[in-house]
Design a protein. Structure first.
Length: 384
């Protein structure tokens, strides 16, 4: 049990909470601030890295992921110092993947070259749409032309470039999405993240939806058709889904995100970051303070964590199941049994296989394409 995390690997997530503008659909922990003291933030990150490394000694670090917020607003020197400190505190893997999220509106060639020189070797860009009308609806501050220009800069600086797109947008038809997806695939290097628009409570879109002012959202059947068309088109273009919303050419999968889905260990630092770490034989779930100033103050007092709890064997097994069924490789039933202390209900597995939601291959259980489309319902059935 103490070594179970090795099945997934070990990563570091660094949350940069600042954006130039807050998107109306976004429920991530992001804040708009005109003045940011980069040295103060760097000092806090370095302090948290040291604290976290003391609990996870003698690890090989497989990945670093700078997420947000908009990490491409970080000074390259800040990014470089975080990477160098992480390399000093843990043993870096020979093929360590270091990803930085970027918004097209905050990109220029010199900055990207500086991130590359700092050690970043993969960029994930928030393009979201390939027409200006929908970008404006989504609250994005860049245009399609700017997105394409930023993408070209990234492609010239990095071998690995991913970008995000959102579908099931207001007034979007299946045909329009298919045309846009094919356009995106003509740009794609090796990876695409394709998300269905979801309306979250506490967002501007959520507030508009609650009072009936968010019009033109596709019906459920139309959104489902977009999902299925996405799978078929991407597969036909050599970028099959390796996870519910993520598509890649073979070998180009996001290694950091696979740590989550394979239920490895990851340290989470920065406001609102979550972590899963194994320390002294215990699997711990960690959370940090959400508000940037609160987090900074807490770090100064010794720790940016707001909460941690030990996960029971049952909790770990359930989290592994929920993560493992998201990816095409599925979950290992023997590992589930080791975590849980009991086997999955084979009758439920057989029933879900019979109706085409799951299939079993040797000791692995995998969701079918139809099963991934309704994965939450499949998971509820298995855990019920």
């Amino acid at each position: 049990m103490a070594d179970d995390w090795r099945n997934g690997g070990f990563g570091l997530y660094v949350h940069w909470p600042f954006c130039e503008a807050k998107c109306p659909y976004c429920d991530f922990n992001s804040h708009v601030s005109k003045k940011i003291n980069q040295k103060q933030w760097l000092d806090a990150y370095l302090s948290e890295l040291k604290r976290s490394a003391s609990e996870t000694p003698d690890r090989v670090l497989n990945t670093i992921f700078f997420g947000g917020g908009t990490p491409s607003l970080m000074e390259p020197e800040t990014v470089a110092a975080v990477i160098n400190e992480a390399r000093a505190l843990w043993r870096p893997a020979n093929d360590m993947e270091i990803t930085l999220e970027a918004n097209p509106g905050s990109v220029e060639a010199g900055r990207f070259a500086a991130y590359r020189d700092a050690g970043v070797n993969r960029i994930s860009m928030g393009v979201q749409a390939l027409n200006d009308k929908d970008l404006k609806r989504l609250g994005r501050i860049h245009t399609v032309a700017e997105a394409r220009a930023a993408f070209d800069i990234a492609r010239n600086c990095f071998d690995r470039v991913s970008f995000d797109m959102i579908y099931a947008r207001q007034h979007q038809t299946v045909e329009a999405w298919c045309a846009e997806l094919n356009e995106a695939l003509s740009m794609a290097v090796d990876h695409l993240s394709l998300y269905q628009l979801t309306i979250e409570d506490g967002t501007a879109f959520g507030d508009r939806y609650a009072i009936g002012k968010l019009r033109g959202l596709p019906e459920d059947d139309s959104a489902a058709d977009m999902y299925l068309a996405t799978q078929e088109i991407c597969e036909s273009r050599g970028m099959p889904a390796y996870e519910v919303s993520n598509h890649a050419r073979p070998g180009a999968e996001s290694q950091h995100n696979l740590i989550y889905w394979r239920y490895g260990d990851y340290v989470g630092i920065g406001p609102g970051a979550h972590g899963r770490i194994t320390s002294q034989g215990r699997k711990l779930a960690t959370e940090t303070y959400l508000a940037p100033n609160t987090w900074i103050s807490a770090v100064s007092a010794g720790s940016g964590e707001s909460h941690r709890e030990e996960l029971s064997r049952s909790d770990q097994a359930n989290e592994y199941l929920m993560m493992g069924l998201r990816i095409a490789e599925g979950l290992d039933v023997d590992r589930f049994k080791l975590l849980s202390g009991t086997s999955l209900d084979q009758d439920k597995v057989d029933d879900l296989c019979e109706i085409g939601m799951l299939y079993q291959e040797d000791n692995r259980i995998k969701a079918t394409r139809d099963g991934r489309a309704v994965l939450n319902a499949v998971i509820r059935e298995l855990l019920g």
